[in-house]
Design a protein around this ligand. Structure first.
Ligand SMILES: *[C@@H]1O[C@H](CO)[C@@H](O)[C@H](O)[C@H]1NC(C)=O
Ligand SMILES: *[C@@H]1O[C@H](CO)[C@@H](O)[C@H](O)[C@H]1NC(C)=O
Ligand SMILES: *[C@@H]1O[C@H](CO)[C@@H](O)[C@H](O)[C@H]1NC(C)=O
Ligand SMILES: *[C@@H]1O[C@H](CO)[C@@H](O)[C@H](O)[C@H]1NC(C)=O
Length: 501
């Protein structure tokens, strides 16, 4: 009896305290996603748990405007000026509770919380990812031509036998072979287009990591604590992990041995990372340095492999549904046959149809929907010119919600590359601002230029000589899973190839 009385008294005082707390909160003028949002995160966590976050965010922002309160200290933001531009500036740190759930290992750039720490690391890694470096890198040239050559072999066989091809898997293989060549030199690249077993290992690891992240970020305390204990104790697939780690260790050791004799034309990213770590801290013990480089490389491999693999295969899928766009693209690609004094990488800038097709797919099929939480600094901030947000609030934006905003993108659900070709200069600049596939601001994805070059050159390899079309017998669900790192629900995308004469 006493327990019931004490329990009820505690409950009532908690309710009063929450309501009172809300009354004093700087967030009380912001529209609530749900009546319980000012008092508890549970409702939002249940949406995330049921994998409805993206859908709900799109709907809520359409109904309630660009700033919506989704928890007692949590706000979702869906506009660029006075929104994204403010919260993804260098003043807002990442939310540790979220980003530490992202990976078992931390200490690499993406999981760094503070912006100062991040800035130092980014300075060490940024040079070989700059646009001019990417356009002129001979290592990337060699790697891409090797992968294109393998891909042509594959396509020749698929077209002649009429095979139904899982292009999601093949795209992941292409990307893995490219990024490993760029990181460690073409002689140490993987060759998963011929032997995909290694790629399968990485996909299994990424899937397990995604599941872990989902559990850890969508359960309220103390459930997530227990979940992370369980997740931490049972490694997803020990064999995949040990094969992957053994390969990474070997290739980093080989790169270390070769480093002193490397000429700059054959330098890989490893060589750049080594030099910049050495300059930043000449006394750093070799083992520490090797492990810092290894976790960065691990991250760059998985981001390109899963993220870009997904984007590339969805571009092929959309083109297969839109034969007219495929014809327009091919017509443009045939102009590459004309002699030119420029390299292919430089000529990518003059292919508007290819750019429109890629950009539109980046909009409708962003591989990381988000959200990407940030912490408002002590001094607070103002959003959309009217909401004063107190320090400590967690603010976040999501790529899908920004990309599905009908104001910059009328009929946002439709894949329409034409919108990028028809718009006038000002509209185009405005639309580009809203594309958030790689994020923006101080922590924009370091691999943006790399991604664009690789995606475009692989698409050129495919669509210059081949056409892709839907496999009528394939009925898998090609929609994306609504989680942080989002791949096709069916786990595959099947298409067929036909050779064009
Ligand atoms: C909340 O604040 C308003 C005025 O700002 C006041 O009228 C109201 O009584 C307060 N409610 C509670 C529960 O403190
Ligand atoms: C890396 O390349 C060298 C040849 O340059 C080769 O001897 C070595 O086995 C390769 N290592 C891996 C892990 O592929
Ligand atoms: C390349 O060709 C263009 C004309 O097609 C010319 O304007 C340019 O100077 C040439 N560049 C070089 C490096 O030869
Ligand atoms: C996000 O929501 C939109 C609109 O409901 C939907 O078309 C899209 O497939 C969703 N994407 C994901 C990753 O759930």
């Amino acid at each position: 009896m006493l327990a019931v009385v004490i329990g009820s008294a505690l409950l009532v005082s908690w309710i009063i305290a929450s309501i009172h707390g809300n009354n004093n909160s700087g967030l009380k003028d912001i529209p609530n996603a749900h009546f319980s949002a000012p008092y508890s995160r549970r409702w939002w966590l249940s949406i995330r748990w049921r994998k409805m976050e993206n859908r709900s965010l799109i709907r809520l922002h359409r109904r309630l405007g660009p700033v919506v309160r989704i928890g007692p200290r949590d706000v979702s933001v869906n506009c660029i000026d006075d929104g994204v531009r403010t919260i993804y500036s260098a003043k807002f740190d990442k939310d540790a509770s979220f980003y530490h759930a992202l990976a078992d290992q931390t200490g690499f750039m993406v999981t760094m919380i503070g912006n100062d720490e991040h800035k130092r690391r980014r300075r060490m890694l940024a040079h070989p990812y700059s646009n001019s470096y990417i356009l002129n890198s001979q290592t990337l040239d060699r790697t891409l031509s090797r992968v294109s050559c393998r891909l042509r072999e594959g396509m020749a066989a698929w077209a002649s036998t009429g095979t139904s091809v899982d292009v999601y898997q093949q795209a992941k293989c292409c990307l893995l072979d490219v990024i490993s060549g760029f990181l460690f030199g073409s002689e140490n690249a993987t060759d998963t287009l011929r032997d995909p077993s290694f790629q399968d290992d990485l996909t299994a690891l990424a899937k397990a990591a995604g599941k872990n992240l989902h559990v850890k970020t969508s359960l309220a305390w103390p459930m997530n604590y227990f979940a992370s204990l369980v997740g931490g104790n049972v490694p997803p697939d020990p064999d995949s992990r040990s094969r992957w780690e053994a390969w990474l260790t070997r290739v980093i050791t080989d790169s270390y041995r070769k480093h002193p004799t490397k000429h700059s034309s054959t330098a890989s990213l490893y060589d750049h990372f080594y030099d910049s770590f050495k300059i930043a801290d000449p006394d750093m013990p070799l083992n520490d340095m090797a492990s810092f480089i290894a976790v960065e490389c691990d991250d760059h491999v998985s981001a390109s492999h899963m993220g870009l693999g997904s984007l590339l295969s969805y571009t092929m899928y959309e083109l297969s549904r839109a034969p007219d766009w495929q014809r327009a693209l091919r017509k443009e690609l045939l102009t590459l046959g004309e002699p030119s004094n420029q390299s292919l990488a430089h000529r990518l800038a003059d292919l508007p149809v290819l750019d429109a097709v890629v950009t539109e797919t980046m909009r409708t099929r962003a591989p990381c929907p988000g959200p990407f939480p940030r912490v408002v600094p002590e001094s607070g901030c103002q959003l959309v010119g009217k909401f004063d947000i107190p320090g400590g609030t967690i603010v976040s934006s999501s790529a899908w919600a920004l990309h599905f905003n009908p104001i910059p993108f009328p009929s946002p659900e439709e894949w329409r590359p034409g919108r990028w070709l028809e718009a006038d200069k000002n509209t185009l600049a405005e639309m580009r601002k809203w594309i958030w596939t790689f994020g923006s601001g101080a922590r924009v994805c370091i691999g943006t230029h790399f991604s664009m070059r690789v995606m475009k050159e692989l698409l050129i390899t495919i669509y210059t000589d081949y056409e892709t079309f839907l496999d009528e017998e394939f009925t898998g669900n090609v929609e994306q899973e609504d989680i942080f790192s989002s791949s096709p629900l069916a786990g595959c995308i099947k298409l067929k190839f036909r050779r064009l004469t």
